[in-house]
Design a protein around this ligand. Structure first.
Ligand code: AMP
Ligand code: GLY
Length: 431
């Protein structure tokens, strides 16, 4: 089988590596790091448009081409495609519409209201209790959400967004919602229009700094499995959120074939859906796909062809844990410095169980070396029997890679891989 993967980042590299176990993969446009690190795997990059690439299956990574209707165009010419059409992709393209779908389908989510008028939005905020949550309606590269305890900050944010000064037209409507609290999970489900099967849950780290401080980023790391994501929790997310949403889409004539990614908060009242994305998560894919046992290409093709019932469900062994540490360029996220030489990738890859997924990498002019070409430069993923082992291996391998100013968070998967001290047993504690 030949598979065309659309996109250029670490997520697409991880998809390509998993697909290449059983298929030949072309990534468009990909990046120079994917080509350089392919090694013996049947992975190449091409600058041709997806429509011009010869393949048996097209897998679309990022949200922008999905919202722009690439999957519709590919399917219209008979090409099996994993990724929703423009109508389904509106779940991610408009938070306002997503919330309408969730409410209509009875999916548990934060109470909310959508606004285009700054005065009405301000009046609503004044009637709420903190924390205040203000979401940009349209696509904002993962940076459109403000969560704050400060009413003046929330009001200023709403006014800036609605005036088009923060995210242009994407911000001309906002969703204001009740603040929730609890651990977060990413549950990605593969959908074939009718059926949905879950992949392993993951947790990502969106903030730049240790302890979830600092600016929002595209994601600084991830791990899987997630100890709080028990099979019962994942089943509840599937039963109460993913399957009702898929059914509601189908009932309105939307044949949703692709990944439905639920951003979930585990509140004291049960799981609540913060958002749906219409694609694989980045960097969740870099930890979930390496854990997947089985023929990934066969299953993704079955989803694209509307026949998930004909293939084995994906399995993810509990004793195969994955941790991904993202290495970011100097100055990321505000103003990443590009063009710095990157060394030591071969040293990282020399460790058993380690993969390097190239994100913002380009070929250095006149050499066969690599230089930084984006904010998130690469992800180092390690597999080991335990999260603690995978975390230690990922950081050890990441330490091999160097570039001027290259940095990472130091607490990826730390809390999840540190056993919580158990209270002393009452009987034992008695004299
Ligand atoms: P989203 O893009 O909707 O996932 O939001 C980005 C981040 O904002 C989430 O990962 C949460 O950490 C936070 N967030 C979103 N909605 C809420 C909410 N209702 N209450 C508290 N935090 C939220
Ligand atoms: N990791 C968050 C996302 O892919 O949107």
């Amino acid at each position: 089988m030949r598979v065309c993967v659309v996109g250029s980042g670490g997520r697409e590299h991880a998809l390509a590596a998993a697909l290449a176990r059983t298929a030949t993969v072309v990534v468009t446009p990909g990046n120079a790091g994917i080509t350089t690190l392919a090694g013996d795997l049947p992975i190449t990059c091409s600058s041709d448009a997806p429509e011009e690439i010869d393949a048996d299956l097209w897998v679309i990574g990022p949200e922008q081409p999905l919202v722009g209707g690439l999957a519709d165009r590919l399917r219209a010419s008979g090409r099996p495609t994993l990724g929703p059409g423009a109508e389904g992709a509106r779940l991610e393209g408009s938070k306002k519409w997503m919330k309408e779908v969730l409410v209509a389908a009875g999916v548990p989510t934060a109470a909310h209201e959508a606004f285009t008028s700054p005065d009405a939005a301000e009046a609503y905020l004044r009637g709420m209790r903190p924390p205040y949550v203000v979401k940009t309606d349209g696509l904002a590269a993962g940076k459109g959400v403000l969560v704050t305890e400060s009413l003046p900050e929330a009001i200023a944010d709403v006014r800036e967004k609605l005036a088009g000064r923060l995210f242009g037209d994407a911000g001309r409507a906002v969703v204001i919602e009740e603040g929730l609290a609890g651990p977060e999970l990413s549950v990605m489900a593969l959908c074939d229009g009718i059926r949905a099967v879950p992949l392993a849950a993951a947790q990502d780290f969106k903030r730049a700094g240790d302890g979830d401080t600092g600016a929002n980023t595209g994601g600084m790391g991830a791990y899987s499995p997630v100890p709080v994501a028990t099979p019962e929790v994942v089943e509840e997310v599937m039963t109460r959120a993913v399957r009702p949403t898929l059914a509601a889409l189908a009932a309105s004539g939307i044949d949703y074939r692709g990944v439905l990614y639920a951003g979930v908060m585990l509140t004291e009242a049960g799981p609540r859906i913060l958002e749906f994305n219409v694609r694989f998560g980045d960097p969740e894919t870099q930890v979930v796909l390496p854990r997947w046992q089985g023929d990934v290409a066969e299953v993704l093709l079955a989803a694209a062809e509307g026949r998930l019932d004909t293939v084995p469900a994906p399995t993810f062994p509990d004793d195969l844990a994955a941790v991904c540490v993202v290495l970011a360029a100097a100055g990321y996220p505000a103003s990443p410095r590009l063009g710095d030489p990157v060394a030591g990738v071969a040293g990282a890859l020399a460790r058993e169980g380690v993969s390097v997924f190239a994100a913002g990498l380009a070929a250095a002019p006149h050499t066969d070396g690599l230089v930084t070409a984006g904010g998130r430069v690469l992800g180092v993923t390690a597999l080991a029997p335990t999260l603690a082992g995978a975390r230690a291996l990922a950081y050890d391998a990441a330490g091999e890679v160097s570039a001027p100013g290259l940095w990472c968070r130091s607490d990826i998967a730390l809390a999840a891989s540190t056993p919580t001290p158990r209270p002393p047993d009452y009987e034992e504690a008695r004299p």
